[in-house]
Design a protein around this ligand. Structure first.
Ligand code: FMN
Ligand code: SF4
Ligand code: SF4
Length: 252
């Protein structure tokens, strides 16, 4: 079983490659959280995978909460692994995930990380599609190698992107403090399609007379609503509009 969380497709692509290599099924954490589905039964010896984006050198709140609530019924020996996707560095995201799983009696056998396009458009510009394609093309070789290692149940710590890990938890505190929905704005371009509301992992959006309103004070800050809006009508502060929208292109 491959549990994945993804707002702009990077982690979903990695989960897809892993699923093709192992023949094991992908489980969307967003869908599970939205449907409050937390009970899982594993097949004998099945691998347990977690694929997720790094947020401020730590785990997305959605992943952290999902792992805390999930009840995973084991059967036989299982190989557990995690793959972090990030724009530059993971901090202690993988170690924190391993700690959470260990509290549930699930040991982590292998950790991997891969650099892909950074979707944090509050800071980074993603308008250069050629540059994005280059970054993701370089990532593809690593993803295929991770899939090979996972398929062979290779153990060990393979993350080379940890960064200056001692300050990692301090950086992650900034995430907890910045997950505010107040900066979200929707422009007149909104066509009322409801995609943002339907896919929000935090159920923080409601449609009101055909326009989204943010009904929760905090959210996961995944920026999925902003990046996946078909008419680019959502902004988060003054920078995101000029920094563009991003989604992994499966045709690459
Ligand atoms: C709120 C937020 C915080 C992020 N923090 C980090 C970070 O600390 N380090 C990093 O390398 N990338 C960071 N990123 C970039 C994502 O981890 C990266 O783009 C990831 O591959 C996106 O995966 P997805 O397309 O599956 O959602 C951040 C993105 C967001 C939205
Ligand atoms: S995804 Fe965009 S167009 Fe669709 S309802 Fe949300 S803001 Fe409006
Ligand atoms: S409101 Fe937008 S950024 Fe926040 S969790 Fe929902 S989809 Fe993600």
């Amino acid at each position: 079983m491959i549990f994945y969380f993804s707002s702009t497709g990077n982690s979903k692509h990695v989960a897809k490659v892993l699923s093709e290599a192992t023949g094991e099924k992908m489980v969307s954490i967003t869908e599970c959280v939205r449907k409050m589905h937390y009970d899982f039964k594993l097949k004998k010896g099945e691998r347990i995978g977690f694929v997720y984006p790094v947020y401020c050198w730590g785990l997305p709140s959605v992943v952290e909460e999902f792992v805390k609530y999930a009840s995973i019924e084991k059967y036989g020996k299982h190989y557990t692994y995690s793959v972090a996707t990030c724009g530059a560095a993971t901090g202690q995201a993988d170690s924190n995930l391993a700690k959470l799983l260990s509290k549930k009696g699930i040991p982590m056998h292998a950790s991997f990380a891969v650099k892909m396009v950074d979707n944090y458009t509050v800071v980074f510009n993603v308008k250069n599609t050629e540059k994005n394609e280059k970054i993701n093309a370089e990532a593809e070789e690593k993803i295929q190698n991770i899939a090979f290692l996972v398929n062979n149940r290779t153990g060990g710590y393979h993350n080379k992107l940890r960064g200056v890990w001692p300050v990692s938890n301090a950086v992650h505190v900034a995430y907890s403090l910045s997950r505010k929905t107040a900066p979200f704005k929707v422009s007149q371009d909104c066509i009322g399609c409801g995609i943002c509301e339907k896919n929000c992992p935090a159920k923080a959006i409601s449609m009101d007379f055909g326009k989204p309103v943010w009904t929760e004070k905090n959210c996961a800050l995944c920026l999925g609503c902003l990046h996946n809006c078909p008419v680019n009508a959502i902004t988060y502060g003054p920078t995101t509009k000029r920094n563009g929208q991003y989604h992994y292109n499966e045709k690459q």
